[in-house]
Design a protein around this ligand. Sequence first.
Ligand SMILES: NC(=O)c1ccc[n+]([C@@H]2O[C@H](COP(=O)([O-])OP(=O)(O)OC[C@H]3O[C@@H](n4cnc5c(N)ncnc54)[C@H](O)[C@@H]3O)[C@@H](O)[C@H]2O)c1
Ligand SMILES: [Fe+2]
Length: 862
Amino acid sequence: MGGNEQPVLAPERQAEIDEIVAAAQRAASAFRGLDQEAVDRIVLAMVKAGILAAADLALLALEETRFGVVEDKMVKNYVATEFLWDYLKDKRSVGVIEEDAERNIVYVADPIGVVLAVTPITNPTSTVLFKAIVAAKTRNAIVFRPSPYAVRCAERVAEVLRAAGEREGLPPGAIQVIPDAAREVTHYLFRHPGIDFIWTTGGPKIVKLASQSGKPGISVGPGNAPIYLHRTADIGGAVVDILISKTFDASVICPAEQTCVVDGEIYDAVVAEFGRMGAQLLTEEQIAQLSEYSFGGGDDKVRLEAVGLSAPELARRAGFEVDPATKVLLAPLPADLGALGRHPLIREKLMPVLGLVRAASEQHAIEVCELVTEHGGLGHTSAIYAADDDVIDRYARALRTGRILVNAPTAVGALGGVYNSLTPTLSLGCGTWGGSSTTDNVNYRNLLNIKTVSRRRTPPQWFRVPSSTYFNAGALDNLRDVGTEVAVIVTDEATEERGAVDEIRKRLRAKQVRVFSEVTPEPDQEIVRRGLDLLKRTRPDLVVAVGGGSVLDAAKAMRLFYEHPDADFDDLALPFLDARKRVANYPQAPHSARLIAVPTTAGTGSEVSPAAVITVGDRKATLVDYSLVPDTAIVDPLLSMSMPPAVTADTGIDALTHALEATVSIFSSPYSQAFSTQAAALIFQALPRAYDDGGDLEARTMMTNAATLAGLAFSNAFVGVNHALAHAVGARFGLPHGRANGIFLPHVLRYNTAVPTKFMPAPGYSSYVAPAKYAQLGRVIFGGREEEEARGRLFAAVDDLLARLHMPRTLKDAGIAEEEFLGSLSQVTMAAFTDLSIRTNPRMPLLNEVTQLLRAGYYGAP
Ligand SMILES: NC(=O)c1ccc[n+]([C@@H]2O[C@H](COP(=O)([O-])OP(=O)(O)OC[C@H]3O[C@@H](n4cnc5c(N)ncnc54)[C@H](O)[C@@H]3O)[C@@H](O)[C@H]2O)c1
Ligand SMILES: [Fe+2]
């Protein structure tokens, strides 16, 4: 697999490994039974034992690996115990670890099982301490496969932690070490079915092998950290930081500084300061000797004997002498990117050798740093010293490293907790650039299977209405109390001719009143634009819209674009699935012009609704947002008396459709239902009377109120597939809105009553209640004991009413030619299917069902 043939392991050795893994599995299953307190007791005991052993383990590390600095090894052991404990002590890692009450989500932690940990030569005791303690915190068993050069270190740490942990209940077998260095053992383990997760810290080869194993895991590889000293850096501070860090454990630590890129302006000062603080600038010849000694093996690898020496000792072995107090060897490297890329010292130098590059510009400096990371340091660590936030920003965006430290040493800094608040770790994720699945400072969360328990959440609803509604005959008189300087009346020609504009003018106490009377039925964007021009010229503080739904809708759109000239129609008309998550962003600033809506039809409810339907080509676009709701509605039945019977019927049936669709909508609520029920009851009583006798003021009053009540219901519950069909058909064939609604109404009632092919996902609508809601409404208005009976009465009443009003019952009767209908059927189907109204229908209309409903609308029979 992966190009390497699989080495074979002797059967006896295989059995031994199997037994180790089996013991780990037993430990893992015992671990699952422990609670948070028990786990934390074990972890604390292990931490204490690690702290007590920190110095001895540091000595052992030095003895076995022969490199590094014992004092610093001890610091690493403290990071892996004391710092780790400080971070872990109040973290929950068992059972429910986090609750998000607001979102009704609970996070539950499960252990992984058996973790195979590969540990490096560079941090031979601290990494084992760290991984073993993190494994215990997460209730995982851990099996170590240490670097072959650091086996005793791993075994000793395991002994210490096991003894302390088991005294507090750590399951036996939870911490084990497989000392075997043989390649075949590693291969065998990487594919062992008992191993659940591989956590690798090591060189590129082992990282790659771990990734190829096919098991989940986290692998972290080597670093090659560049540091940029910008001209705004505090030179004295930076030099000390870099020396602290570069000498830390003789640089045997992957995040250590490797190449220092210095702005030309401060280069000489930086070199001088380095010299003063104990760094030695190397000559060309010394650099060549050093390169040859450290990397001259020919196989692209660092010579192990060169790693982790003190600066004077390293120099001596390379063939030259430096002052015995020298802390770091400074190696000036070429500034030319090509030459630098070929230089052996561009690589990770696990020794107190720091490359030095003079930068010609900020851009050049950043490019040099990027080049350094590309030589084995991608994903790991980088740093910048600067006082200029812009350059820090540019640097952070350019460098592909998981950690970018600002004004802090990398070696100790990246481990977290000393110079910053990074998570303490000895496992630094290198991101995909470095072959890791994460850029995290890996810690306990990475060793958990965190389950999300998400409880059902019914989002809160709303009931929003205009600030005031005036109704009944004479309501128009309320205009006398409206304070205004400049008013624009929006209307259509016919309404103006009927004298409605004069009635309004008479009552308005404005200094200036202008009239826009060019609205036509089913208004389009051009009409809106023309009205907008007048508003822009007049700059009114009040817009009074008087007319049918067409006028009111046009006025809503005009005010919106008058107040917000930058708003984009297409953006605002963007379709959406859930009003609360929609992309469109309506301006919510308080209105600079009030909008008073005065309906002259009794139908659309537009006077109270958040919607404005605007024709765009041969379709209808709906602008909808509560910011569109008129500030005041004046519902005066006297204005509706002039409606001829056909308009009375069309608009009245529109209102009935609003009430019936709001009744069963997925957003229907007790609030909306109070209004839709009352609206429907009034319409069944009054519509035939208003139709027969336009002068019947009582019937007109009931109808205008019913239309507004239905408007209040659907403004909050919205409509359904009936309106989607009516919008599509109305726009395509130029049918009056209410008439189109009436044609589909009987079919939609039956469609919603049948068992849905597909339910509409709706959190507030737990069972399919549409049929029951129709029945409930039927019972309130027409009585009936059984559900079916009550619903039957409602449906029959709808049929009777449509017949009584002489409404066309089919699109055919409405005058649409069959070829025209069939020729556009697929287009109209899509228009209805993508209409906003369909989203709140209780039954989810499938495309073919929409077509069937359209056919039913045309031919009459389903
Ligand atoms: N905004 C909403 O919430 C909403 C809801 C439903 C429908 N609509 C839209 O409303 C429009 C339909 O509105 P509508 O049904 O009120 O029709 P309408 O405004 O298009 O008016 C229809 C016709 O009747 C005339 N008319 C209006 N009042 C009259 C009166 N009192 N006497 C004599 N004639 C009168 C008009 O001049 C027009 O010619 C459509 O564009 C529809 O999409 C909007
Ligand atoms: Fe409507």
